[in-house]
Design a protein around this ligand. Structure first.
Ligand SMILES: *Cc1c(COP(=O)(O)O)cnc(C)c1O
Length: 423
């Protein structure tokens, strides 16, 4: 981890340092936001979200970008993506419900999932989503049972191209040994295509793949696209979806391809497709991850001589599971002094009753960090709030969007009363 000040490139687009040295995002000072809305707090830069949506649309074309909502979803986010002319990838009935509740038309939603229930499929079909990505043979049976009376549902077939994404095993999805999709190598993919073609209720429009998440090597995304182009060229289908997976830098020294570089490798790989084939993408993380920082308050600190320093903040694994789930690396900095050198190595931990509740194992903070100070962790906009829990009956943080000096609360902080609502 870096001892240098936090790199500004890890912060949201509108992050600036005020005259007194304090950090602002979207024209709002972080200390003001923390006193108004409490901590932990997810602060999203609305301009950053829109910039990434526009970059995706200009790189891949209008009508070809589908935002993977599992990275971060609430009504405001669904609406923002829709306003920026992205479609929405939903993987459960619940995600479809939130998209619809936000006013996103069903024909701008794409239904995913490796185990869609009959109920979820029925919901997607009755609402008339743009297409359903078929994941397994049981699902083909289910669609055939549900759709009767001569109507047809548009589907793509998800294929695992046998490419291992160079990312954590839990978020690599394109290898042969995967719970997702139809295996290309063993012929399942071809059998699925035949079955869909033979089914009266299915209108097969394309193939789909997604090799995994947080991929930092654009060539790998290009290689997977190449494998799929070879497969899909012969099928004469009008659509090919190349998934999401573009990674982002979470820490100093880490670098990710840009949306434009991703588009370039995809364009090269798909150049051989028959003319007119629509190439679609499903970015999640790359749209939202670096749009947000999580703001915490330091509650206790201790030194264990000859062992280490501990710094505990008022959140933890309940608002960011990724360090525990797949060893994800982050940095922390003081919003009061983002340009300060961080010479003090500490282990940054949360407030949960687990020794593994570690946000940053090897964090560096300014030497004079004290109890009561704010600490911020950047690049928490993807798979943070969406994986948040009430573990230890903590109330989930508020989520705010900041832009041009104004704030909107898009998800209020939970109250104690919320904790007993379901009892
Ligand atoms: C998760 C997922 C995505 C988005 O992945 P990111 O790494 O967040 O871009 C896209 N498509 C499918 C099918 C997914 O499951």
């Amino acid at each position: 981890m870096s001892r240098a000040p936090v790199e500004m490139r890890l912060l949201p687009d509108t992050a600036t340092v005020e005259a007194d040295g304090h950090l602002s995002i979207g024209g709002c000072r972080i200390d003001d936001l923390a006193s108004r809305f409490g901590t932990p707090l997810f602060v999203y830069d609305e301009a950053h979200l829109r910039n990434r949506c526009r970059e995706a649309v200009s790189s891949f074309g209008t009508g070809n970008v589908i935002y993977a909502t599992k990275a971060f979803l609430c009504k405001a986010m669904a609406r923002l993506a829709h306003e920026e002319s992205l479609m929405l990838d939903v993987a459960t009935g619940g995600e479809l419900y939130v998209a619809r509740a936000a006013g996103v038309p069903a024909d701008r939603c794409v239904m995913h999932g490796n185990n869609k229930s009959e109920e979820e499929l029925r919901y997607a079909i009755i609402e008339r989503v743009r297409h359903i990505v078929i994941d397994n043979f049981d699902e083909i049976d289910r669609v055939e049972r549900i759709v009767t009376g001569g109507s047809r549902v548009r589907v793509q077939v998800r294929v695992t191209p046998g490419i291992h994404a160079d990312t954590h095993e839990y978020i690599s999805t394109g290898q042969d040994d995967s719970k997702f999709g139809f295996n290309l190598a063993n012929g399942d993919a071809s059998r699925a295509i035949e079955r869909c073609r033979a089914a009266k209720s299915i209108d097969l429009v394309g193939v789909h793949f997604h090799i995994g998440s947080n991929v930092l090597d654009a060539d790998l995304l290009g290689r997977a696209a190449g494998v799929m182009v070879d497969f899909s060229s012969s099928l004469g289908l009008p659509e090919l979806t190349v998934g999401g997976g573009l990674g982002v830098a979470h820490t100093a020294g880490e670098h990710a391809p840009t949306m434009g570089q991703w588009a370039a490798v995809v364009r090269t790989a798909t150049a051989g497709l028959p003319p007119g084939v629509e190439v679609m993408v499903e970015p999640g993380r790359s749209i939202v991850a670096s749009a947000a920082v999580t703001v915490y308050r330091v509650g206790s600190m201790k030194n264990i001589p000859n062992v280490r320093d501990y710094v505990a903040v008022d959140g933890g694994m309940s608002d960011n599971l990724r360090p525990m789930l797949y060893d994800a690396q982050y940095e922390a900095f003081m919003p009061a002094r983002p340009t300060a050198v961080r010479d003090r190595p500490v282990r940054l931990v949360g407030k949960h009753c687990e020794s593994g509740d570690i946000l940053i194992d090897d964090a560096h903070v300014p030497v004079d960090l004290a109890v009561g100070d704010l600490l911020a962790v950047p690049v928490t906009g993807a798979y943070g709030y969406s994986m948040a829990s009430n573990y230890n009956m903590v109330t989930r943080p508020a989520v705010i969007f900041v832009a041009d000096g104004s704030v909107r609360v898009v998800r209020r902080r939970e109250s104690f009363a919320d904790l007993t609502l379901l009892d």
